[in-house]
Design a binder for this molecule. Sequence first.
Ligand code: HEM
Length: 462
Amino acid sequence: WRNPRCNGTLPPGSMGLPLIGETLQFFAPSTSFDITPFVKERMERYGPIFRTNLVGRPVVVSTDPDLNHFIFQQEGQLFQSWYPDTFTEIFGRQNVGSLHGFMYKYLKNMVLNLFGPESLKKMLPEVEQTTSERLQLWSHQESVELKETTATMIFDLTAKKLISYDQDKSSENLRDSFVAFIQGLISFPLDIPGTAYHKCLQGRKKAMRMLKKQLQERRANPRKNRGDFFDYVLEELQEDRAILTEAIALDLMFVLLFASFETTSVALTLAVKFLSDNPLVLRKLTEEHDGILRNRVNNNSGLTWNEYKSMKFTFQVINETVRLANIVPGIFRKALRDIQFKGYTIPEGWAVMVCPPAVHLSPAIHEDPLAFNPWRWEGMELNGASKKFMAFGGGMRFCVGTEFTKVQMAVFLHCLVTKYRWQAIKGGNIVRTPGLQFPSGYHIQLMEKDKKCNSRNQIPVR
Ligand code: HEM
């Protein structure tokens, strides 16, 4: 256990206890934006590349920018995407099998089609309208919990786009099943009634049943114009030599819905929190968006794609937010053969975990790394991945939802700063386990800009 076999020199590290390895330390909560104590302590003790054991699997953790880059570049050659067994259970066998195997490119193209620039251009007015309506609604409430409300908003948008799901017209609430699913997502994998893990699997089952029912309904009532993912899937399934199966399509649907709202709502909540705490950034952002409205020829038109693309400072704010957020704290791969790197051997079959926070929060890479400073992105490439920035992954598996996330965040910030003021009421503290969470939410009070004071308690609002 302590000294695994290896045809070379293993990176230094500790394998922890038999069976559970160092899993408990890995999941131990921490309350700052900084690199989690698990990674920090080991980096100090062993250096940038170290070995450990997580959920019964030997893992090499990489905090080394060169090794990270190498891992991303060697996707499908020396490394293959791999996630722990509990994830397989949770996200569906079909996904894990097909997203990593021969189906991969085919599915990726399908997803890119749905979330590519052409598709997003068409979606822009809808995103703006939904966001405006929600903000308007929230401004009449005494307090809004931003994490949940933005998650619901994004879920509704994505579900509408993917499966034309309309919460108001549905008798069952699809999102409730996702909530149960998420609450148990990062939990000890014990599947007996009462445990969070059990609720998570039940939530998934229920959501899958609903998705399946809706796909069947669509099959019974096909539509003329192909519009959403279900139409696309049904057409593909009818092909003579279809590679897609219904099970794969449903699993993929589940992952897309999940990936879209959980990540983006955390990023949005955090962006608003950072703006509340950094008035100079808020002022600069507001200037950018007021400028867009001022320069508009037709005051009644909505945001155009060119206006969206011109939001330079907004993209800096988004990048800075996701750099600090580290929403995906570990990107997993499996070594397909023995790999030599900087004097160490990564044995075939071992897992490898790229650790983005170690790069994003390294003082050697980013000056004053814990400071929220969007200006650090000035003049830098804001779209792709690099050795310094991998919040959306890197290489071939770079996140296909990046632009979708940015559209939603940019539009939200646009509507927010041009029309509203807000103040933080409570919450906003974070916990990393190691995924980022807001244990007590983030409650704000919103009000339209032209109103000077809060009518109820007369607090002047920024
Ligand atoms: C702030 C928001 C987001 C963050 C931080 C994020 C992060 C990531 C990361 C780090 C990866 C790489 C995983 C790996 O290499 O194993 C990834 C992949 C992926 N993301 Fe996102 N993501 C976000 C939003 C979204 C959205 C909105 C969608 C849905 C449309 C999405 C769908 C996907 C999919 C399908 C993959 C797998 C791509 C592949 O394997 O080629 N993501 N994301």
